[in-house]
Design a protein around this ligand. Structure first.
Ligand code: HEC
Ligand code: HEC
Ligand code: HEC
Length: 124
């Protein structure tokens, strides 16, 4: 194969690889599209800012659980000074009451299934 031919093949492979997500989306839009999440319209800001929550909400909840259950320490002071009860259903779901369209939608998309709801209630 000539050098030009080899460059041509390399270029085609490169383009196919780089555009693979688009082909994938076209072939299976359902699975690739990130779901629309339902955000609370009232109740105010999240306990911490959105970027922090997106990455750290699971850790925050585990800390809340340990502190509440083991040390009976039930009040969380947020970085902006607001105070919240350390409660999964009582605090998180008081704003995110559309759990199915928020927590569950995102978890279903990524394929995680927190076992918390075996015991904790979804007020809805
Ligand atoms: C006072 C109401 C309120 C409480 C309490 C609250 N949230 Fe939020 N939360 C919000 C709002 C409003 C947003 C969206 C902020 C925005 O528009 O950027 C949000 C955003 C989030 C996000 C980020 C979503 C994304 O787009 O990535 C996660 C995750 C989250 N909350 C989880 C929780 C968890 C877990 C708790 C309990 C520890 C909690 N929230 C408590 C109001 C609340
Ligand atoms: C086997 C049952 C069970 C499971 C599963 C479970 N919990 Fe709990 N959780 C409890 C009990 C019982 C308490 C104590 C209730 C109290 O003292 O208010 C508690 C308390 C808590 C608290 C503090 C009090 C409150 O109202 O929320 C948090 C936060 C919490 N759990 C988070 C979680 C999270 C997050 C998960 C999933 C990763 C989870 N729990 C799974 C039984 C469970
Ligand atoms: C924007 C997407 C998104 C939203 C919205 C969201 N989560 Fe999560 N959640 C995640 C991701 C990502 C993980 C981590 C999965 C992993 O590490 O395997 C996770 C993990 C968790 C875990 C730990 C599960 C485990 O088995 O380790 C809990 C508990 C949890 N989320 C609770 C909630 C609650 C409660 C809400 C709604 C108030 C919520 N999440 C909303 C993305 C989200």
């Amino acid at each position: 194969m000539s050098d030009k031919g080899r460059i041509g093949v390399a270029l085609v492979v490169f383009v196919v690889v780089m555009t693979a997500p688009i082909w994938y989306n076209l072939a299976d839009g359902e699975r690739a599209a990130f779901p629309t999440l339902s955000y609370p319209h009232e109740g105010g800001q999240c306990v911490e800012d959105t970027d922090y929550m997106r990455v750290n909400h699971m850790r925050l909840l585990m800390d809340w659980r340990d502190e509440a259950v083991r040390a009976n320490d039930r009040i969380y002071t947020a970085s902006d000074g607001r105070r919240h009860e350390k409660s999964l259903s009582g605090t998180c779901l008081s704003c995110h009451w559309e759990k199915e369209k928020f927590c569950d939608r995102c978890h279903d998309y990524i394929g995680v299934d927190p076992y918390c709801w075996n015991c904790h209630v979804d007020p809805m």
